[in-house]
Design a protein around this ligand. Structure first.
Ligand code: SAH
Length: 374
């Protein structure tokens, strides 16, 4: 596994362990020859996460340098946004560390014991390199339980207001960094919203809208937009953000997308542009068959609502559903809907969420932009 470049080693592959959870350890072959340096976890099935294929004399210096490289890379992208991901775990060779920027505030997540232990140091590095007004630790993702880590949200440095203003392209948001999903926004979709804007037209349906990401970005391109989310809180935020951006053509409905799509079909409604951005239906491998059925259902229903010439932006953020699987699911949906579609773009998470080629698990978000042609 190590030689293939994959950054994870499972506990079952280890012969002998002499380390404490959170240590940076030397990984050796059975003859004692050094193979790599890695973060060690005493709880997770993923016992080792690769840092380098060589000894690392000073782990903190390496972390500092890698955070610096991650920030330089984002700078080099010259993103038209004040909200984006600065550090993306394995994709920046910093396993278990997530850092998102929202204007003047940084939001950090520690997803491994090694990162958790070094959070005070990481906060220092971020203060020195980025000089933010405040750093918030959003250490409440459930995956932390796999590392034996609890859930907490706390300020690591400076001050963090209840909500933070941030901009993505032309759209201004009021972001709840303390309680919003993920760290506040779905930053991984920013470039896909941008791409979708090039094709959006007519009447838009933004299904699984959350804070209104797609609806607000596309509002200026379409006649009107209907944003649906099952969460009351999300609905309220979409309305507030629409108001903030003067997007008077955005209507919000708090409802279940599955029910709504069925209802629109029955009522003979049509939409020229449809976005499907559901939560991960497959959180584990066992859940894939059910997830497949869910993805197929919404894609089939959406394609039925789409006239010839219409655009479907369809996404999955389940890494257990590969790009090829997703293509097959959407193809089945199109066949069952009696629709012929062409593929305009096959996209993934934004470039500020880099995919490590050696770790397929880091390629979680797939986004296809399709056009109905028959
Ligand atoms: N498109 C959004 C991100 C969507 S996240 C963006 O660009 O920012 C997925 C959203 O789906 C969550 O807000 C969740 O509340 C919502 N959701 C989950 N199940 C749903 C359902 N059955 N019907 C409607 N919304 C649902």
């Amino acid at each position: 596994r190590l030689h293939s470049g994959h950054p994870w080693i499972y506990r079952t592959d280890l012969a002998d362990i002499d380390a404490t959870g959170g240590d940076v350890v030397a990984v050796r072959d059975p003859r004692g020859r050094p193979l790599a340096s890695a973060f060690y976890s005493d709880q997770s099935q993923i016992a080792l996460r690769l840092l380098a294929h060589a000894p690392v004399p000073d782990a903190e210096a390496l972390i500092d340098e890698r955070i610096g490289r991650a920030i330089e890379f984002r700078d080099s992208l010259a993103l038209d946004a004040t909200a984006f991901r600065l550090v993306h775990g394995e994709g920046d060779l910093l396993p278990g560390l997530v850092v998102d920027r929202y204007g003047d505030v940084l939001v950090v997540q520690a997803l491994t014991q090694a990162i958790e232990r070094r959070l005070p140091f990481i906060a220092e590095v971020l203060m020195r390199r980025c000089a933010p007004g405040g750093i918030l630790a959003r250490n409440d993702p459930r995956v932390r339980a796999l590392e034996g880590l609890g859930q907490e949200v706390k300020v690591l440095a400076g001050e963090v207001p209840q909500t933070v203003s941030a901009r993505e392209g032309p759209v201004e948001y009021e972001v709840d960094v303390w309680r919003g999903q993920k760290t506040g926004l779905f930053l991984d979709q920013r470039e896909n919203r941008e791409a979708a804007a090039a094709y959006a037209h007519g009447r838009l349906l933004d299904a699984f809208s959350y804070n209104g990401g797609f609806a607000l970005r596309l509002a200026g391109r379409v006649a009107n937009a209907l944003a649906i989310d099952v969460s009351e809180e999300a609905g309220a935020r979409i309305r507030a953000n629409a108001g903030r951006n003067g997007a008077t053509n955005v209507e919000v409905r708090v409802a279940n997308v599955f029910d709504e799509l069925r209802e629109y079909d029955r009522a003979g409604e049509r939409f020229d542009t449809i976005v499907l951005d559901p939560p991960a239906f497959a959180k584990s491998r066992h859940a894939v068959p059910r997830a497949r059925a869910g993805y197929k259902e919404i894609n089939l229903r959406a394609l039925k609502l789409l006239p010839v010439g219409g655009i479907l932006v369809t996404c999955t953020c389940s890494y257990h559903v590969s790009e090829a699987d997703f293509g097959a699911i959407v193809y089945e949906a199109a066949t069952d809907a009696g629709a012929m579609v062409t593929v305009l773009e096959k996209r993934m998470q934004g470039r500020d969420h880099p995919v490590l080629l050696a770790a397929p698990e880091t390629y979680y978000l797939k986004c296809f932009i399709l056009r109905r042609v028959g």
